[in-house]
Write a protein that binds this ligand. Structure first.
Ligand code: RI2
Length: 313
């Protein structure tokens, strides 16, 4: 059976797919907010029908982008709460209220988690640190900004982050806050790494073995940092840990349009050229010093313990 979704839900799907809304935390919150509104979209006749319609909406949202685990983890939280509500015997109207409240709670907790990561991670930054960050991660920026607000003298290198240049967003944001920031091409990371004390990046997904999936180019930066003995810090909320990886599944890497890499008009002229445009790569745990979560700091090898604790395994 196919379900009708509201225009707002479809808009959110499109905004995530086209990266108008982007960043692993933001897309999770946007999807959960869309589900929260979807609760009241059509009048369902019973709780089972409501669950099925919401499951369909959740699956639709999950298909917008494949890599950031925060997205399925966020929408699954909402679906789980509907199932719980049904088990507890809630009436349809009670169930809808409960679902909307649980969705709101996820959004609130996600915002609080990012704030907490900023506070915890900033303790590991010292005055005089030169930090390199890649892409545009709210959690990574939270660490940098909190350290700066705490009065630490820091300088930041922000990589451009081709092909979509999210590094410009980071540089503009930091400069606006009064932080000393220098924008560099991604390919200049090795040249400047010897000036860098700490690399601070975010994550779209974390495997239970501590490998980090983040914006394409992160693994090269981490390898360069490893070579020059520079610390690599990953900032990530616990809902970015991928449960599937516990069962040996790999995290899917999103392949985006070739036209983000080269203009269509140019590629049309050079028909023989193939383009690959992966949005993310995988940084192995041995290149990561620690992962800052809202629950504290973990070495990548400790993520499995954290995961088991979170899922009560
Ligand atoms: P926060 C982004 O993905 C970047 O890879 C960034 O490092 C990561 O999400 C985490 O971002 P994209 O949506 O959740 O730009 O920390 O492809 O904001």
């Amino acid at each position: 059976m196919s379900y009708q979704f509201s225009d707002e839900l479809k808009r959110t799907f499109e905004e995530i797919r086209t990266m108008k809304v982007r960043g692993a935390g933001r897309i999770a919150r946007a999807a959960v907010a869309a589900l929260k509104d979807e609760v009241y979209f059509v009048g369902d006749s019973n709780v089972e029908e409501f669950l099925k319609r919401m499951e369909a909406a959740a699956n639709y949202l999950k298909s917008s982008r494949p890599t950031a685990v925060s997205l399925p983890n966020g929408v699954n939280t909402v679906i789980k709460s509907i199932r719980e509500g049904i088990k507890r015997g809630l009436s349809l109207s009670e169930l809808k209220e409960y679902t909307a409240a649980q969705a709101q709670e996820f959004i609130q907790k996600s915002i609080e988690a990012q704030k907490k990561i900023g506070e915890i991670g900033a303790k590991r930054i010292v005055s005089g640190d030169v930090i390199l960050t890649h892409c545009n991660s709210q959690s990574a920026i939270g660490i940098i900004e909190t350290a700066f607000k705490d009065g630490k003298q820091i300088k930041v290198f922000a990589t451009e982050t081709r092909p979509r240049y999210q590094g410009r967003l980071t540089a503009a944001y930091l400069a606006d806050k009064g932080i000393d920031v220098t924008l560099i091409p991604d390919s200049a990371a090795r040249l400047y790494m010897r000036k860098v004390d700490k690399v601070v990046v975010g994550a779209d997904a974390i495997a239970v073995n501590g490998a980090v999936v983040n914006k394409i180019g992160t693994s090269q930066i981490a390898a360069i940092a490893y070579e020059s003995r520079t610390r690599v810090i990953v900032a990530a909320e616990t809902y970015k840990i991928s449960p599937q990886t516990y069962f040996g599944e790999l995290i899917e890497i999103e392949l985006r349009s070739p036209y983000e890499v080269a203009p269509k008009s140019w590629l049309d002229k050079h028909k023989g050229i193939k383009v690959l445009n992966p949005a993310f790569d995988v940084t192995p745990p041995q290149y990561i010093d620690f992962i800052v979560t809202e629950k504290g700091i973990y070495p990548p090898q400790g993520i499995i313990m954290l995961f088991k604790e979170l899922y009560e395994l």
